[in-house]
Write a protein that binds this ligand. Structure first.
Ligand SMILES: [Zn+2]
Length: 302
């Protein structure tokens, strides 16, 4: 932990040494602990996992602001004080990364820098072999995928200031995960460097998909790889996505409530071999494990 502004406590200490004893007895600032306590859970953190950082100090009155892996960390109030969420993107490598937190306490601005240790995690590799003709995209398909990537990147860059969700995240569909987050694919002998950025649920075509948390629909469409897709903004850079749908039941801009009416039906649209739901979560652009995120939300003390 680093104290950015040493000047104020030093001046205060000097003042206390020279003021009359009677005055110092009525004015006793806590010089031992001018900074608020900042706590991160968990640390070490798996690559691809989310974490929470908490500042439980009643003297910190305005929301702190953080930065991890060049991504902002937004804070909201829970019963345990200020809480911020951040994620270790699935493409990061093991090592120590700084988490910087700026906050104001008693009129002073502090910066805490915490070492976050990222631990390697083996998410496994699946081997598949398909005809080469299915791997190569036509020029037309490549152009289409590129156009759709622009729309998706714009949606993923959404950062609405308000947190639109609370409490525990729900499962988006009533089914088991059959292809987990982080897994890499070796297709026709070539390892795809991009790991699976979501979890696949083995759900039958037509099964209802519900919003795991409240938010606003920011993008819907029929995309080359993802098929019929829905993107939900939950606020403060938290975005969830649902792919390969047979039907989309919401429209852009619509507010959705946690566990409410279905937002879509499971399908097999886009480049897939069978019906399933692909469910992904991005936290300020960091691709994180949706199952690990759901577990984290059960510990938030909202
Ligand atoms: Zn998937």
């Amino acid at each position: 932990m680093k104290l950015k502004l040493l000047l104020f406590p030093l001046l205060l200490a000097c003042a206390l040494l020279i003021v009359p004893r009677a005055f110092s007895q009525t004015f006793v600032p806590d010089l031992e602990n001018p900074e608020a306590a900042v706590r991160v859970v968990p640390n070490p953190l798996d690559i691809g996992a989310p974490a929470r950082v908490a500042i439980a100090d009643p003297e910190v009155l305005v929301p702190p602001m953080g930065l991890f892996d060049n991504r902002p960390v937004f804070f909201f109030l829970t019963r345990n004080g200020w809480t911020g969420l951040f994620g270790a993107d699935v493409m990061l490598t093991e090592g120590t990364y700084p988490l910087k937190i700026n906050y104001e306490k008693n009129g002073e601005v502090f910066e805490s820098v915490l070492d976050i240790v990222l631990a390697a995690k083996d998410y496994g590799v699946r081997v598949i072999n398909v005809p080469e003709s299915q791997v190569k995209l036509s020029a037309e398909d490549q152009a289409r995928a590129a156009r759709e990537k622009v729309l998706v990147d714009k949606a993923l860059a959404t950062v609405s200031p308000e947190r639109l969700w609370s409490g525990e995240f729900l499962e988006p569909v009533n089914a088991q995960i059959n292809s987990s987050f982080g897994r890499r694919t070796r297709m026709n002998g070539i390892l795809n460097p991009r790991p699976h950025a979501g979890a696949d649920y083995r759900a039958p075509e037509g099964a209802p998909v519900r919003a795991p948390a409240s938010g606003r629909v920011i993008l819907t469409g029929d995309h080359f790889f993802a098929g019929n897709s829905v993107y939900i903004d939950h606020g403060q850079g938290l975005i969830s996505m649902y792919f390969h749908l047979s039907e989309i039941l919401v429209s852009d801009g619509q507010m959705v409530n946690k566990g409410d009416e279905p937002i879509a039906l499971v399908g097999k649209t886009g480049r897939v071999t069978g019906a399933h739901l692909h469910y992904g979560i991005y936290l300020n652009g960091a691709r994180i494990d949706p199952s690990a995120f759901r577990k984290l939300t059960t510990t938030l003390e909202d």
